[in-house]
Write a protein that binds this ligand. Structure first.
Ligand code: NAD
Ligand code: 0WE
Length: 257
């Protein structure tokens, strides 16, 4: 059912081998899809190219999601090279480090703007850019990654929680508008995983420990488990699901006490 043979996908958010987006890239490739990966800066280009060498016939393209020109160029190149797109994985998030360590009330206007621009508005901009490519294929599936810090407070998650709330709301508005074009839009809300985005977050190990202790499944979520859920949401197996935020957190969110 989670078949992607002959499908073309764009994956934004691979930084290294521990990236959730990389786990998704491997899973969709194993299910038969052809993948385009992006890198946000020259600094990360080599990383992404090295990883992509493990894929079959990948496209590797630049895209800083905070830059409209980059997004337009990306869509034009995909249009030329692939002639259409079946799915998009949005795994980009960023807030300036100070905003994740200072008290939330101290968040500057500029740090707030950057966090919401890169982590939430980018889904809207990318969705608009790929919409014509997906329409040409008779529809598509858009998937983003979020965290429960959107609706509950985690120490230091701060403005990223606000950005994730905007991202999840954007999923619902996009799903409503793009549904008639048979473009589905969903999010996976993953439990904490030790990726680059988690490195250097003070107290991250204790968050992992609390999840392990309290989640009904009694363990932390693994990259491959998030990737399998992503495969479902990107494939026709989920064809009646849109506007959804799927919790992939070992059941942590259901526990009250
Ligand atoms: P990661 O660091 O591997 O991925 C984050 C990616 O965002 C990186 O590839 C980075 O290059 C990219 N990015 C940042 N700014 C960008 C820009 N301007 N343009 C383009 N790309 C940019 O970490 P990850 O944990 O795999 O994060 C992927 C997604 O999963 C994020 O949205 C994150 O919020 C979400 N998430 C992570 C966890 C976790 O615990 N690791 C849990 C739930 C959700
Ligand atoms: O979304 C995230 C983290 C995203 C992120 C990480 C960084 C670190 C480096 C965004 N911007 C930056 N900026 C940097 O300079 N997660 C879901 C992982 C995460 O981060 C936390 C968490 C969890 C979980 C921060 C505090 C508390 C919990």
């Amino acid at each position: 059912m989670c078949e992607l043979t002959g499908k073309h996908g764009l994956i934004v958010g691979v930084a290294n081998k521990r990236s959730i987006s990389w786990a998704i890239a491997r899973a969709v490739q194993a299910s038969g899809a052809r993948v385009a990966l992006t890198y946000p800066s020259a600094r990360l280009e080599e990383n992404v190219r090295e990883l992509a060498a493990q894929l079959d016939n990948p496209l590797i393209l630049p895209c800083d999601v905070g830059n409209d020109e980059h997004i337009a160029q990306l869509a034009a190149t995909l249009d030329r090279e692939l002639g259409g797109l079946d799915f998009l994985v949005h795994g980009a998030a960023f807030a300036p480090a100070a905003a994740l360590s200072n008290p939330f009330v101290q968040t500057t206007r500029e740090d707030f703007r950057i966090a919401l621009d890169v982590s939430a508005y980018s889904l809207v901009a990318l969705s608009r850019a790929v919409q014509p490519l997906m329409e040409r294929r008779g529809g598509g599936s858009i998937l983003t990654l979020t965290f429960v810090g959107s609706s509950r407070v985690f120490p230091n998650y701060n403005v990223m929680g606000v950005a994730k709330a905007a991202l999840e709301s954007s999923v619902r508005y996009l799903a409503s508008e793009l549904g008639p074009q048979k473009i589905r839009v969903n999010a996976i809300s993953a439990g904490p995983i030790k990726t680059l985005a988690a490195a250097g977050i003070s107290g991250f190990s204790s968050i992992l420990q609390v999840y392990r202790e309290r989640a009904p499944l009694g363990k932390n979520v693994e990259l491959a488990e998030v990737a399998d859920a992503a495969l479902f949401l990107l494939s026709p197996a989920s064809r009646a699901i849109t506007g959804e935020v799927l919790m992939v957190d070992g059941g942590f969110h259901v526990v009250g006490f």
